[in-house]
Design a protein around this ligand. Structure first.
Ligand SMILES: C[S@@+](CC[C@H](N)C(=O)[O-])C[C@H]1O[C@@H](n2cnc3c(N)ncnc32)[C@H](O)[C@@H]1O
Length: 316
């Protein structure tokens, strides 16, 4: 009896220690994000409009958000800001004044980009789709989205509505060609005729980084070689992460990507930015209604560069 009492007190004590650790990590993270936001707000690389946007975003970051690595809150915020630049540029390429009434962020994760979308389109009806229930619940609570719990089998997904804007940041980058085709088919089915679907991929830039060992993503050497070979020979390279099946790293050439997208239905590439998101991922925009004036092949300069945070760090 006595032993049980002692054991339960030890368990309670451990739980209490766990809570204290969590709270102290939460405070540390909140402070890091507050500082990173202040640094960005003071940066010459942001326009006044971007600073106003940044000032409006929520800094609530979930402790399980794996997109945030401790010490890199600036990179996390910059990834969201860079996505907002890409999305705005893609919207501009079809029509500056286009109203975005409905929006789908697929996958929303824990809201790295979603927080910017919420601030950019405060009145829009936003749906977030995710495989991770905790992430989806967090996004629903924090950003007021309509949640859509996803499935591994993308063919089985369906919604009773369509969207003006679909944003897909960093999912095609992790799946093979068949899954990419299923996902594109889902996007095509759920895009309004006037809408635009913007998605990101790894392209030539990422492949060069793997080749010269600047980034491994992280794939074991054998899988890096497989990805590079298939990219070279087929235009689409994919390899699983270690001990995982169906989730890893992919890279695709622009011509193969356009071919795959065209294969799922009638729409056209209306926007493309080579390594436009965060200086790494290629950004595509596909729409059913193509503007008369085709988009410029020259991407806007301010989007293309590497993280200005890195540049500013080097300045000092
Ligand atoms: C690299 S993260 C990107 C998250 C978010 N877009 C961002 O930029 O922070 C990839 C996300 O895709 C989600 N995911 C993977 N497979 C999925 C699927 N079949 N349907 C929906 N989400 C999926 C993962 O749970 C993960 O949160």
């Amino acid at each position: 009896m006595q032993e049980t009492g002692v054991a339960s007190r030890i368990i309670s004590l451990r739980k209490a220690c766990g809570h204290v650790k969590n709270i102290s990590a939460d405070v540390k993270r909140a402070t890091e994000f507050y500082r990173a936001k202040q640094t960005l707000l003071g940066s010459k690389a942001l326009s006044d409009g971007e600073k106003q946007l940044l000032a409006r975003i929520s800094l609530a970051v979930h402790r399980e958000d794996s997109m945030h690595v401790s010490g890199y809150a600036g990179e996390y915020l910059f990834a969201g800001l860079s996505a907002s630049r890409c999305i705005q540029a893609a919207l501009n390429s079809i029509s500056k004044e286009r109203a975005v009434g409905s929006l789908l962020d697929f996958p929303c994760g824990y809201g790295r980009v979603l927080r910017f979308l919420r601030a950019m389109f405060p009145k829009s009806d936003i749906t977030g789709c995710e495989l991770q229930k905790t992430a989806l619940d967090f996004c629903q609570r924090t950003f007021g989205i309509v949640p859509l719990l996803s499935s591994i089998d993308l063919k089985s997904l369906s919604l009773p509505r369509k969207f003006d804007l679909i944003w897909c940041g960093s999912l095609l980058t992790h799946i093979d060609e068949n899954a990419t085709t299923d996902l594109l088919r889902f996007f095509h089915r759920h895009l309004l005729v006037e809408g635009i679907c913007i998605f990101t991929t790894h392209g030539q830039r990422a492949v060069e980084m793997i080749k010269d060992k600047r980034k491994t993503f992280p794939l074991v050497d054998k899988n890096q070689q497989k990805l590079l070979r298939d990219f070279q020979e087929e235009g689409y390279g994919y390899a699983d992460y270690l001990n995982q099946t169906g989730y890893g790293i992919s890279a695709v050439t622009r011509s193969r990507m356009v071919e795959l997208a065209r294969g799922v239905g009638t729409w056209e590439e209306v926007f493309f930015l080579d390594h436009g998101w965060h200086g790494l991922q290629d950004v595509y925009g596909f729409a059913m209604r193509v503007p008369e004036k085709k988009f410029s092949k020259e991407p806007p300069k301010e989007i293309c560069g590497h993280s200005f945070l890195a540049e500013e760090k080097n300045d000092h």
